[in-house]
Design a protein around this ligand. Structure first.
Ligand code: PMP
Length: 323
């Protein structure tokens, strides 16, 4: 779908996948005015195709748009764009267990000019790609690298928006994680270097000995839809949930003294994933070969059962895309 300051949203269409033409002066290539979303289409046992809380992704795309001076795409256009894609390409939604079609809506400034101001011409696209199970051979605990030299986002910055620049600024830290044998990087706040923010592409939750789930509250992290859903499921089961500042010491000492019994990461790609080991330059916490936590695994099962239509959906989270 195209957008211009004078014409609003117009020209919705489905076109064959392929390169898109951009003027070399397109604003996105220079000033990174772009935003995106990530969600999945799931095939249920009866063949029907569903997505999980797409209106939450639409709302987050709108919040990202406001922060990045882009136009807000109405929720109904967002959902319609997914349905139109599925109408043409629904056969690509796989049916093997724990597979899905990953959907990537994105919006960028295509107006050609050199100068710093919001663009007056914007494009919105959705592309898709079949996704296998995140883990082959069972859910394996993640090893996490603590970034002490880099932060992902600062106060007043774009941390809460899903925009490419946040990921660009996390790449050196992510590479450092790989170099240290870890799959993901953990960022702390940029001011005190003390409070847990999030991983490169997932949110973090600690489980306390008394069953309370604790997760960072920060205005510079991405508000994960998986996290919100998992915490809701935990509350439904009677667990206490705390959204507050969480220090790295609370994690470190908690694992050491048994006050923190499980730590997990959550996001669309890996759903819910136990964190086994936290590695920093001069300490490590946990155990790379640790067993996945019991609550972590049962919340994972409950959430994926809802997503794949294997159990009732008490919160009305699923939206049918192929009808
Ligand atoms: N934080 C970051 C930085 C992410 O990229 C993602 C993935 N979108 C998440 C958290 C988790 O968000 P969600 O559960 O909506 O996928």
């Amino acid at each position: 779908i195209c957008w211009s300051e004078w014409g609003g949203w117009h020209r919705p269409r489905v076109q064959p996948y392929g390169p898109i033409q951009l003027d070399p002066a397109a604003a996105v290539l220079h000033y990174a005015q772009e935003i995106f979303e990530g969600l999945k289409a799931y095939r249920w046992a009866d063949g029907s195709i569903w997505s999980f809380r797409p209106e939450a992704n639409a709302a987050r795309l709108q919040r990202s748009a406001v922060r990045m001076a882009l136009p807000e795409l109405p929720t109904e256009y967002f959902i319609e764009s997914l349905k139109q894609l599925i109408a043409v390409d629904g056969r690509w939604v796989p049916s093997a267990p724990e597979t899905s079609l990953y959907l990537r809506p994105f919006m960028f400034a295509k107006e050609a000019f050199l100068g710093v101001r919001p663009a007056k011409k914007v494009n919105y696209y959705v592309i898709a790609s079949p996704a296998g199970p995140y883990f082959s051979g069972g859910v394996a605990p993640l090893s996490i690298w603590l970034s002490e030299d880099y932060s992902r986002a600062g106060k007043g910055g774009t941390g809460a928006a899903k925009t490419g620049g946040n990921y660009a600024s996390s790449l050196v830290a992510q590479q450092e994680a790989y170099d240290n044998g870890c799959a993901q990087v953990l960022f702390l706040d940029s001011q005190e270097g003390k409070w847990i923010e999030e991983l490169g592409g997932m949110n973090v939750v600690l489980v306390k000995k008394d069953g309370t789930l604790v997760t960072p509250d920060s205005d510079s992290i991405l508000e994960g839809i998986t996290r919100d859903s998992v915490l809701q499921l935990a509350e439904d089961r009677g667990h206490k949930v705390e959204r507050r500042k969480v220090s790295i010491e609370e994690w470190r000492e908690g694992v050491a003294n048994g006050d923190v019994t499980e730590v997990f990461a959550c996001g669309t790609a890996a759903v819910i994933t136990p964190i086994g080991l936290l590695k920093a330059r001069d300490f490590t916490v946990g155990d790379a070969d640790a067993q996945a936590g019991e609550l972590t695994m049962s919340l994972r099962e409950e959430l994926t059962d809802i997503q794949y239509g294997r159990r009732p959906d008490p919160h009305g989270w699923m939206t049918r895309l192929d009808a």
